[in-house]
Ligand binder design. Structure first.
Ligand SMILES: CC(C)(COP(=O)(O)OP(=O)(O)OC[C@H]1O[C@@H](n2cnc3c(N)ncnc32)[C@H](O)[C@@H]1OP(=O)(O)O)[C@@H](O)C(=O)NCCC(=O)NCCS
Length: 198
């Protein structure tokens, strides 16, 4: 996968704007600070321990190896959202990308999650991905709605695949869509975001 290096301004619902740029070497501390502030119950639904320095270092290495592209949205020098597109560099699923998105609570419901997903879908398509998947834990209503509105559909359910903070098993839903199918829904949704690529 080609390394993405770009910077974009996104105008959000309500009038605020944010700079979004590709994450890379040197962003470890900012990413850790962001993920440490995410509510614990939401962090538990992410596959990795995103609060450990080891994770941050391995994550940046994956970006440098071309296995992941990460966008960070910043306000006042702080990361307020992060979105990643993972791509296998070899094997039978190199045409498939996997998305993960997290937005700080105070920045939600302004269209930021949708805009970041839109940016990564463009990037995935640019880089040759045909299909994008996202894993969402049962009851993550915000995530389900965000991706469904972008045209994702449920493709698989892994029963009891995730244990929450109380040890209760929850289903993991795999949502998927072809990038070509995503375009129409995405462009309608993010047309207000006024991307200014620099
Ligand atoms: C999922 C998430 C990224 C959405 O970010 P966001 O910036 O709030 O998303 P948007 O503002 O673009 O919302 C998109 C749509 O999702 C739906 N939605 C978002 N939050 C919702 C909520 N709490 N309840 C119901 N619907 C919700 C709405 O339909 C919304 O569109 P609308 O505001 O025009 O009605 C954010 O809630 C988050 O970081 N959650 C924790 C991490 C996570 O679950 N990540 C996804 C798994 S990878």
């Amino acid at each position: 996968m080609k390394k993405a290096r770009f910077s974009t301004t996104i105008k959000l619902r309500g009038g605020s704007s944010l700079t979004v740029r590709a994450a890379g070497s040197g962003d470890e501390d900012a990413l850790l600070a962001f993920y440490k502030e995410l509510p614990q119950d939401e962090r538990l639904f992410l596959k990795d321990d995103v609060t450990s320095r080891g994770w941050a270092e391995r994550f940046i290495e994956r970006i440098q190896r071309g296995e992941a592209a990460s966008l960070i949205a910043e306000s006042g020098g702080k990361v307020v959202a992060e979105a990643t597109l993972y791509r296998a560099t070899h094997g039978w699923s190199t045409h498939v990308g996997e998305l993960r998105i997290a937005v700080a609570r105070s920045w939600r419901r302004k269209g930021l999650g949708t805009a970041l997903a839109g940016q990564l879908l463009h990037l995935g398509a640019d880089q040759g991905a045909d299909k994008i998947v996202v894993e969402v834990v049962q009851d993550q209503t915000a995530a389900l709605r965000t991706f469904e509105k972008l045209g994702f559909q449920q493709e698989a359910v892994l029963r009891g695949h995730v244990k929450d903070a109380n040890g209760i098993r929850r289903d993991l839903l795999v949502l998927a869509n072809d990038v070509s199918h995503i375009w129409a829904a995405m462009e309608a949704l993010v047309e207000d975001a006024e991307f200014e690529r620099s």
